[in-house]
Design a protein around this ligand. Sequence first.
Ligand code: PLP
Length: 365
Amino acid sequence: MSLVDRKLFGPGPSNPYPEATAALAQPLLGHLDPAFLELMDETCDMLRTVWGTTNARTLPLSATGSAGMEASFVNTVHPGDVVVVAVNGLFGQRMCDVAARCGAEVVPVEHAWGTPVDAQRVLDAHPSPAIIAAVHAETSTGVRSDIAALGAGKGDALLVTDAVTSIGGIELRADEWGVDVAYAGTQKCLGVAPGLAPFTINDRAFERRVEKPQSWYLDLGLLGGYVGEASASKGQRTYHHTAPTAMVASLHAGLGRILGEGLENVWARHEEAGALLQAGLQDLGLELFAQEGARLPELTSVRVPEGVDSAKVRAQLLERHGIEIGAGVGEFAASVWRIGLMGHNARPDAALLVLAALEEALAQG
Ligand SMILES: *Cc1c(COP(=O)(O)O)cnc(C)c1O
């Protein structure tokens, strides 16, 4: 019996962001209202938990994930610093571009797309880099890389990690893994609208920072007062920029949902939904793109079968079922699909729904 025949369409997760969008509909708080400052403190505390860090300097930057990338490099790259970047997809490439604009001597370590970062090759790429940078969850290919292995071998270098698609989705332990600087986004597994970049930096990296980075807005030396420097101590606030209060309230709500469910339960839910989807895709005769053993559960990449029009199938899923799946990136634009099961969508019913819809679309050619 096909999945379609089993009538598994059900209600489906019609709003994958319920708590976070409800928070956006609340009356706006002023950015210096004590109620907002408390909300910000709690948000920073919850972020420490999802990062797996005790870093005092943990805050939501007021811009998207890419601003987290910018903040990471603009604050840590001194002119001429060697920055080794593991590249196994689009976001590793972007890191090279951003680091180079900050004046780094970038040493890219290229990997075939669909494969995980080879930690030893990255560690051997230069004898004494100032910074080693890698993407934990490469959204462009659906690949997970071993950040702990980089942390264990980094020596004196700082380890910068992109956790945009891993935070709140798969195991992430910044402190335990030796991560010095890391950034994320809200709209992937955290299940919050796009617009903030959860960010964390430890003392070791902060002490080595660029004193007057080119970016005023992302200067971490100035941003301390914005969250009352080590906000856990509820220190004095100094005006830096107006906090996007609605967005912070939304993040607060989304994080509350995750911690209410339990972070490890949330990770397990993502693993389970991804495994179900990936097994189902293989049952349909499709070939997964990411290397076995390194597949992200929250972002599944799968090859478009020979002779199938990728765009037509994607349009049908969207129009008939309200399911949006991604095209591939770069040279894989027409030959790979990327299916996200993130946040609220990381559930068996969503996995089965997308499988059924895809089977239907493929049957119709
Ligand atoms: C989405 C994403 C980014 C960029 O985040 P934006 O919010 O789009 O700026 C960076 N890195 C990875 C791995 C991503 O998936």
